[in-house]
Design a protein around this ligand. Sequence first.
Ligand code: SAM
Length: 330
Amino acid sequence: MELVDSYGRKIDYLRISITDHCNLKCYYCTPFSGRSHLERSEILTYEEMLNVAGAAAASGITKIRITGGEPLVRKGVVGFCRMLSEIDGLKSLALTTNGIYLEEMAEPLFKAGVRRINISLDTLKPERFEKITGYNWLPRVLAGIKRAEEIGMHPIKINTVVMRGINDDEIEALASLTLAKPYHVRFIELMPTNSSAYDDYKMLFVPVEEFMKKIHRIDRVKIEPAMDSYGPARLCKLPGAVGKVGFIAPVSWHFCGSCNRLRLTADGKIKTCLFSRDEIDIKAALRARATQDDIIDIFRRSVAEKPAGHQLNSKAHQNACGRAMRAIGG
Ligand code: SAM
């Protein structure tokens, strides 16, 4: 079975946010108003998420990424990953983390079937790390990256959100990590979400063209689209590098035409577009003991409603997604 939307895009990728809790307080990611956390009863249980994942795989989803909040703060995440990786039809299980618990969890996660890992890292400077995240834990993230590499996770993608006056002077240094290591270091444009940084958005936003220029050693002719289907990134290599440098520009470059993803929020809503306020409730059906066919039906209807593209550029700098990233799953 395949999920194909009204615009002919094949939808085969589901991102599941398993919690809205996080052990960091990155100001651009945290909701600026309303309740800061969901009640436990509002969050889907692992069993409910497995039901959704099973139905998703039966509908044509082949890749799942676990995200959050911070997924590694939710108890039982390793067992959940193991059960996910046993679902028929799923070819790839990936996880996005801030890396704080990765040093101790990389091996159990690997054994549970997680191979692909994205780690968020906005700076290599300890004081700056503390300023951005609220905690002085840069060494833990670096140890987590090292451990993930030792254990054989591949690819290891390091995601850096570029912000003017905050970390845009570190682009060259972060890109240089790829000289000796097989990492993909990906620079991402700041997106206008519901966060405390929203008022500063215009000031903090750096367009991709500007931060690409900061890496003097890249050959711009060689920048190519990512070769895997996770890939909104355009990739290139520094001369002699082992790893790759990537650029992700959700604001400046529309990649909606090739969008293959759906998102499931921790409170049981399907989002068909990161930058749409539209959400389809799946929790009510799950709690009313829906059958797998009922859930597959919800997936089909969701995919049919997936918009052609986001309207970020026309509603410039508005909070189009209605939630902060921490409450969606990045
Ligand atoms: N806690 C995990 C982590 O840190 O990777 C997973 C969830 S976090 C919401 C996923 C990603 O979203 C992080 O890389 C974070 O930097 C990014 N993010 C959060 N708010 C963003 C924004 N306004 N614009 C661009 N990226 C953002």
